[in-house]
Design a protein around this ligand. Structure first.
Ligand SMILES: [Zn+2]
Length: 93
């Protein structure tokens, strides 16, 4: 069985800069490297848990927001995470 894959999420076509982003640790300012599907990472310097904002997460996923193949591409765990992030963004606070 061949799963339909969305080219937008095909990592082999992506450059490393497109799948990795650095966010500063809120505690010590050290740059923490996030892979595109990481939601939280530990700061390498002070071990503070750094969270990627939902807005950044959505930006990184790009086409998965509207692509029908997104659930197959990302796997259901990640897809659910993305949907939750989206709800968090669009819900009025
Ligand atoms: Zn830190």
């Amino acid at each position: 069985m061949v799963l339909k894959k969305c080219p937008g999420q095909d990592l082999s076509r992506k450059k490393i800069e497109e799948v990795v982003c650095n966010l500063p640790c809120p505690f010590c300012g050290e740059e923490v490297e996030f892979f595109f599907d990481d939601k939280t990472r530990k700061c390498p310097s002070c071990s503070t848990k750094v969270s990627k904002s939902d807005i950044q997460l959505l930006k990184d996923f790009g086409c998965a927001d509207w692509c029908n193949a997104a659930e197959n591409c990302l796997g259901s765990d990640l897809y659910i995470k993305l949907k939750q992030a989206k709800e968090g963004c669009t819900k009025p606070k």
